[in-house]
Design a protein around this ligand. Structure first.
Ligand code: G1P
Length: 281
């Protein structure tokens, strides 16, 4: 393992079908759906860069080739708009491409988020890393959620960190839900976590959102984790094993989060970023 515990790699599971957005996602990966003019995945990559990461590891699947093309130079396009008034449209993505490297691996079978993360092991190796689920779109006018989590991790380098937020109790069946002991302001030592429990069985209303910092030990734990909810290998179940050893913290982040995996959340995010761009908020 590297001496420094700073986190340089970020894993993006991006192999899902995005069925809730059909027919839009028939030929376009859901991670490439734009909020205003920027694909969801680019927001996630920019958040990782802001948090100090420079190596983006993307777990893709069939029909996801446009992701690779997006994070690559398009010489034809560059040539076409060079010196014109439109050149600035590419400034942001060009800066992203210059500041980090991208590597890809394919998840051949859809066996759950835990399995997707295990598929990424080949790109991560033996070091702590972040995981971003691009359909949870986060925004903060100060530090991004991932930056806040990196700061928590720096103080607790033996632990995995999951981001949480309070949700209405009736929504627990859409999330991984934790319970734990408050050890610092906004920080819980997790003692239980359940994937998508019925509201009546949920250990709390603290839901995991799509930001994780994981220690490399997680890979061997996932390997021995049995399929759980929906017959899939759940990262929540693998993390529970580490939680029982006192190695999982849940951080209640500051900022906004939009569930862009649902049409309602996607529209809400679009309105929010539009208002932000127009200086209305
Ligand atoms: C996944 C995780 C879940 C987490 C959620 C956050 O579920 O399995 O624990 O709460 O992401 O968005 P998914 O939304 O992929 O079904």
């Amino acid at each position: 393992m590297k001496n420094s515990k700073s986190i340089k790699k970020c894993l993006f599971p991006a192999a899902g079908y995005g069925t809730r957005f059909l027919p839009a996602t028939k030929a376009i990966p859901k991670e490439m759906l734009p909020v205003l003019t920027k694909p969801l995945l680019q927001y996630g990559v920019e958040e990782a860069i802001e948090a100090g990461m420079d190596t983006m590891a993307i777990v893709t699947g069939r029909g996801k080739r446009s992701i690779e093309d997006h994070f690559d130079v398009s010489y034809e396009l560059e040539h076409q708009i060079k010196g014109t008034a439109k050149e600035h449209y590419l400034t942001e993505i060009r800066s992203v491409i210059n500041r980090c490297t991208f590597s890809y691996t394919r998840q051949v079978e859809m066996k759950g988020l835990g399995h997707a993360i295990l598929t990424g092991q080949t790109l991560i190796g033996d070091e702590p890393f972040a995981v971003v689920l691009a359909d949870d779109l986060c925004d903060n006018d100060e530090k991004s959620v991932l930056t806040q989590m990196v700061e928590v991790y720096a103080k607790h380098p033996e632990c995995c960190i999951v981001a949480i937020e309070e949700i209405p109790q009736e929504h627990t069946n859409k999330y991984g839900v934790i319970s734990g002991e408050l050890i610092e302001e906004n920080l819980y030592k997790v003692n239980d976590m359940v994937e998508k429990p019925d509201p009546k069985d949920a250990p709390s209303n603290l839901a995991i959102i799509g930001r994780y910092i994981l220690i490399p030990e997680i890979f061997e734990v996932i390997e021995t984790t049995k399929p759980g909810k929906g017959g899939e290998i759940q990262i929540t179940d693998a993390l529970l094993t580490l939680a029982k050893e006192g190695k999982v913290l849940a951080y209640k982040f500051k900022g906004k989060r939009f569930d862009c995996g649902s049409v309602d959340g996607f529209v809400e995010a679009t309105n929010y970023f539009y208002d932000l761009e127009k200086g209305k908020i």
